[in-house]
Design a binder for this molecule. Structure first.
Ligand code: DGY
Length: 323
């Protein structure tokens, strides 16, 4: 009988990564990428010592109690708000994420959403596809300039810094940010970024990008009151997590043109999208794809696999998030 640890790969992933895992483990997987309920996930986890998850599988006390053999959960995501970290630590279960490998790709996408929203690319494309373009007009889809404007960043971790560098060095933007802790002077200088209070960030930014982790404290950190502080010409971009923005309040602010535009890659309760967001024209909507290039998603899957392999073969996960 094999002594290799049994693991579960909870979502479909790259076949080559699955193959790597099979060299070390008894692997059960989800080839059809079925959407398992928490109950089904628990059932499939019976007898498994490790699991590769995406950000969509909740790892909480109920699951940990039902799966006492579980020792490690390797998320294929940098965000890990699907983990109850305290419960995992109490149960002695290691959690890991996939930092760094997605930073530049995600920052690229944040900037793409910013440009698309500020320059009204989705809205004008729909207009063209609908056959409504019959002539040039001086004010047709006039948006907001990105170059030379003020870029605000809420949450200044690795991805936030990547966006700051793009804005400052590529688009000549003045960069302001708000974060719980200030960056050191060298990193601020490299990003050409200035720390400001959250209210100043909201008031001064021409374009505001959200890149903070989702926690109980960051729930609806952008709601009606915060949107009211923003410029009527401002763009809001969320590539962090759904729930950070109050989507209903945002839809209303967009409809009433209290801010000019938004670009959203993440949604409260996704994959459902607040119906009001689907009917306002001045928002660009994408289905949580900020890290989705083949190279980056492969690197994320490999890092999640390396965490499992490192944990079971060397007793050390590479990128743990649990204490
Ligand atoms: C992440 O890595 O956290 C991305 O949002 C993909 O889930």
């Amino acid at each position: 009988m094999s002594q290799r640890p049994a693991i579960l790969v909870a979502r479909a992933i790259f076949p080559e990564v699955l193959e790597r895992l099979r060299q070390h483990f008894e692997v059960s997987d989800n080839p059809n990428d079925d959407d398992w309920s928490p109950q089904e996930l628990c059932e499939r986890l019976q007898g498994k010592a490790g699991v590769l998850t995406t950000g969509a599988q909740r790892i909480d006390t109920a699951l940990l109690q039902a799966c006492p053999q579980l020792r490690i959960v390797a998320n294929m995501a940098v965000g890990y708000n699907n983990f109850d970290v305290a419960a995992m630590a109490a149960a002695g279960v290691v959690g890991t994420n996939t930092p760094d490998v997605l930073t530049e790709t995600t920052a690229d996408f944040g900037f793409a959403l910013l440009l698309a929203a500020a320059r009204r690319m989705a809205e004008s494309e729909h207009f063209l596809r609908a056959g409504r373009w019959d002539r040039w007009a001086y004010d047709m889809f006039a948006g907001q300039d990105v170059h030379g404007s003020t870029l605000g960043i809420l949450g200044m971790g690795r991805i936030g810094q990547g966006i700051a560098r793009r804005g400052a060095h590529g688009f000549g933007m003045r960069v302001i940010y708000h974060n719980r802790s200030r960056l050191d002077a060298a990193t601020e200088a490299e990003c050409r970024a200035t720390w400001v209070s959250k209210d100043d960030l909201l008031r001064q930014a021409d374009h505001l990008v959200l890149v903070l982790p989702y926690t109980p404290q960051s729930h609806h950190v952008i709601g009606a009151a915060e949107l009211a502080l923003m410029k009527p010409t401002a763009t809001l971009v969320n590539i962090a997590r759904g729930g950070i923005v109050d989507d209903a309040a945002l839809a209303q602010a967009l409809r009433e043109r209290r801010i000019a535009a938004a670009g959203l890659d993440v949604f409260e309760g996704e994959p459902r999208v607040h119906p009001d967001l689907l009917t306002v024209p001045n928002v660009v909507l994408t289905p949580h794809i900020a890290s989705a290039t083949r190279a980056t998603r492969l690197a994320m899957a490999n890092l999640a696999a390396d965490n499992l392999i490192g944990f079971f073969t060397q007793g050390r996960a590479l990128t743990p998030v649990t204490p």
